[in-house]
Design a protein around this ligand. Structure first.
Ligand code: PMP
Length: 430
């Protein structure tokens, strides 16, 4: 069962000489689980193949975009066709208008949308326009939610930063951080207190409607409704960061499922079908403040580029097929039921949090509802579990505090194989 990882190791050692930590995004370095990262050669459907020829059933899915699996044929051919017509023009194209229509039709709260190149850009731009609209400077974020790496949002952020035990990031000026107020996720009393102190200064509250960057932590009943009301009562905008949940929890995002209307929405990942992407949009009276219509400046050389747009259109078109989400949810439920049964049979202390095709296996007895409770999970046990899975050809995200993603390409046979691997790995990682 031990895998040959010689080439992965050799390539990674070379990369370390040129890339900080050998990677272009920190959590890829396996610091959260230890050991050497794999180096990937290719992906197809639900499978990743590393440079040593080992195959893995992938539940990371490039951290969320790959809802159709790796190298989905329709998406790849759309990108190839677009590439043959030119990679970028810096001039308007028809595809941008088409993708914008698909997004706005799926999420009616988005009356206007602007495409950017990453989730980070989407959230920082949404915050700028919220500040421009309200004339206020403070924002509120929730502890353990991650909204990308812009200065004002790296205040005790979760995700990679949490795993690396950096409560904050060096290099963020204190004056920037001071504009961001923190509250615990799922705690309306705490948020009410923040508003009592700063209400008239708060431009916006930004929230992951399902927190997925401290592991998956769903909103408690009434939480998001309460956030909406507090924003309304104080003249603050509500920004839903649906970078993960957008087009994952149904076509209408979590806002559609929950029936809550944010003022602004941030998207990324699935909407670009695996190409670099972000998008932000919302109320027309707010979005009309963006240049060239209004005084809030935001721009991008490669924003709305033809390859991203082609991948996005092909992906959203596939998601519109009748029964798409039902089938994805059916497979996810089979996997989650299986994990629950195995966990009970082996008497393992684990909590399974999930929403649609997103889930996290937390090791512990406390059901996480916020960052503090999520942090009680046994990350060392997760690390052992992760490596045991890897040895059995299953790739989970290399951190306890991340979401697993099921894709449409996962087959019933994949799920059965994964459950077998999970059972053995739970035993081995005791
Ligand atoms: N918001 C959320 C909810 C995210 O999960 C992420 C990234 N995982 C981001 C924003 C930032 O997106 P990107 O990595 O594309 O900058």
């Amino acid at each position: 069962m031990p895998r040959n990882t010689e080439r992965s190791r050799e390539i990674f050692e070379r990369a370390v000489g040129y890339l900080p930590g050998g990677v272009n995004s920190p959590v890829r370095s396996f610091r959260g689980v230890g050991g050497d990262p794999i180096v990937v050669a290719s992906g197809a459907g639900s499978k990743l193949r590393d440079v040593d020829g080992n195959e893995y059933t992938d539940y990371c899915g490039s951290w969320g975009p790959l809802i159709l699996g790796h190298a989905a044929p329709d998406v790849v051919s759309a990108v190839q066709e677009a590439a043959s017509r030119g990679l970028t023009f810096g001039v308007a194209t028809e595809g941008e208008a088409t993708l914008a229509r698909l997004v706005c039709e799926a999420m009616p709260s988005m009356q206007l949308v602007r495409f950017v190149n990453s989730g980070t850009e989407a959230t920082m731009s949404a915050i700028r326009v919220a500040r421009g609209f309200t004339g206020r400077s403070k924002i509120v974020k929730f502890d353990g939610c991650y909204h990308g790496h812009s200065d004002g949002l790296l205040v005790q952020a979760g995700s990679g930063v949490a795993t690396l035990s950096l409560p904050d990031s060096a290099g963020v000026p204190e004056s920037y951080a001071a504009e961001t107020l923190l509250a615990p996720y799922n705690d309306l009393d705490a948020l009410t207190e923040v508003f009592e102190h700063y209400g008239s200064e708060i431009a916006a509250v930004i929230v992951e409607p399902v927190a997925a960057n401290m592991g998956v932590v769903p909103p408690l009943e009434g939480f998001l409704e309460g956030v909406r009301t507090l924003c309304d009562d104080n003249g603050s905008l509500l920004i839903f960061d649906e970078v993960i949940t957008g087009f994952r929890v149904g076509l209408g995002g979590f806002q559609g499922a929950a029936g809550i209307t944010p003022d602004l929405t941030c998207l990324g990942k699935v909407v670009g079908g695996g190409m670099p992407v972000g998008a932000y949009g919302g109320r027309a009276d707010v979005m009309q403040l963006i240049a060239p219509l209004g005084p809030v400046y935001q721009a991008g050389t490669l924003s709305g580029n033809p390859l991203t747009v082609a991948a996005g259109i092909a992906t959203l078109t596939a998601l519109q097929r009748p029964g798409f989400y039902e089938e994805l949810d059916r497979k996810t439920t089979a996997l989650l039921d299986g994990i629950t049964n195995v966990g009970m049979r082996l008497e393992v202390d684990l909590v399974l949090n999930s929403v649609a095709s997103l889930f996290t296996v937390f090791f512990g007895t406390i059901a996480p509802v916020d960052y503090t409770t999520a942090r009680t999970a046994d990350a060392q046990r997760y690390a052992r579990f992760f490596h045991a899975l890897l040895d059995r050809g299953v790739y989970f995200p290399p951190s306890q505090f991340e979401a697993c993603f099921v894709s449409a390409a996962h087959t019933d046979a994949d799920i059965a194989q994964t459950l077998g691997a999970i059972e053995e790995s739970l035993v081995e990682s005791r």
